[in-house]
Design a protein around this ligand. Structure first.
Ligand code: SOE
Length: 378
């Protein structure tokens, strides 16, 4: 059976997921056969061009006509577009794969998670936290769950970019609270929160995040609109979200966490790092060196750098011989493989909408803590 997929959104994430779907038959021959059936958007001319480039059979400008007619619906639009089409698809019994963060607000994320519950266990719904599918992160999870690091004392999630450090960089939906919900916090912090939950969130490790203390900052409060940026006096729009955040976390089992993220970290392009310190050892991961995991254990004095590209490392055997490193785009192939296998078998997929909602709860608490200037319990 060929799964017909409808995809809303055809820019950055549309390209990342279309590329992943195109790779599956070649590298994951046991994946379900998938047809890139319909590409959904508003601008017909842009859609036609994108459908041609991304390999879609048809286009549609009305998602309502699509969500009940496909075997899976991908919601890759801007954050404010995540709730309504995803809920409509779930109400039609269509599995949904939605980009992160799940929604602009906690209320909307809650409604999306409730729609999954109402749709039933055989309708998978995933939140596309692609960094769970980095082989080195899967290996880190194996080490942690095997108890190799012992009792967890510290976790640290940091995500630094610098694409907005230029005040003349144009305004986009990612700068608007109504459209995005939050700025760096939802865009980058959602990844860090999900990864920390994935790595140390189990009861026998750090457990869930119990309370937070957060601080948000906006460095540039208005930006030129792209269409007028070349004018002498470009029209501008206000920036109504954070440009950067820091937060302290307390986990159920007493572990301490710190989060930091920025779109103003000059010189850092996509610098997503995770660090964990336990009673028996530590680990460090950096997306800019995503094939490696730095591990300190067994009483060694220093970290060893493990190149996670052996045939028995997660997903690696689908690609190349050891040492023939993977990249950012491969994480999308891995998550698409897992999601589409869940669609074919009607089984659950992680990270689920419940995981997306759990991350959203942390983000909302960090925003509330920033507003109130005090710790906030989840
Ligand atoms: C932000 O620019 C961004 O594109 C995020 O939205 C993605 O989730 C992240 O993987 C890369 O950076």
């Amino acid at each position: 059976m060929t799964l017909e997929v409808g995809v809303l959104g055809y820019r950055f994430m549309g390209k990342a997921h279309a590329n992943a779907l195109a790779r599956l038959p070649m590298f994951f021959p046991d994946a379900p056969a998938v047809e890139r059936s319909v590409l959904v958007g508003r601008d017909e001319a842009a859609l036609e061009d994108a459908a041609d480039r991304l390999g879609f059979e048809s286009i549609a400008t009305d998602w309502e006509a699509v969500v009940g007619e496909v075997d899976a619906f991908y919601n890759l639009g801007p954050n404010h577009v995540h709730p309504e089409p995803s809920i409509a698809a779930l109400e039609a019994g269509t599995p949904v794969f939605c980009e992160k963060p799940l929604a602009p607000t906690l209320e909307e994320a809650t409604a999306m998670a409730e729609a999954v519950r109402d749709a039933g266990d055989d309708v998978p719904a995933g939140c596309a936290f692609n960094y769970r599918f980095v082989p080195a992160i899967c290996y880190a999870k194996e080490l942690l769950e095997a108890g190799e690091l012992g009792e967890i004392h510290h976790v640290r999630g940091r995500y630094l970019q610098d694409w907005l450090v230029d005040p003349e960089a144009p305004w986009s939906w990612r700068n608007d609270a109504e459209l995005a919900g939050s700025g760096a916090l939802g865009d980058l912090g959602s990844h860090s929160v999900d990864l920390l939950r994935f790595l140390v969130g189990s009861d026998d490790l750090a457990g869930e995040i119990e309370r937070v203390s957060g601080h948000l900052q906006t460095f540039v409060d208005e930006r030129p609109i792209e269409e007028t940026a070349a004018d002498d006096e470009p029209e501008t729009r206000p920036v109504t979200v954070d440009d950067a955040y820091t937060a302290q976390l307390e986990f159920e089992n007493g572990a301490m966490g710190t989060l930091e993220g920025s779109r103003f970290a000059t010189g850092h392009k996509n610098d997503h790092t995770v660090e964990v310190h336990g009673s028996e050892g530590s680990l460090r991961f950096s997306l800019e060196r995503l094939n490696e995991l730095e591990v300190l254990r067994d009483g060694n004095r220093g970290y060893e750098t493990v190149l996670v590209t052996d045939a028995d490392d997660p997903y690696v055997d689908h690609w190349w011989p050891p040492g023939h490193v993977l990249g950012w785009e491969h994480t999308f192939v891995h998550e698409n493989y897992e999601f589409l296998c869940a669609v074919e078998t009607g089984t659950s997929f992680a990270p689920s909408f419940a995981d997306g909602l759990a991350a959203q709860r942390v983000l909302a608490a960090i925003e509330e803590s920033d507003d109130r200037g005090e710790w906030v319990a989840l």
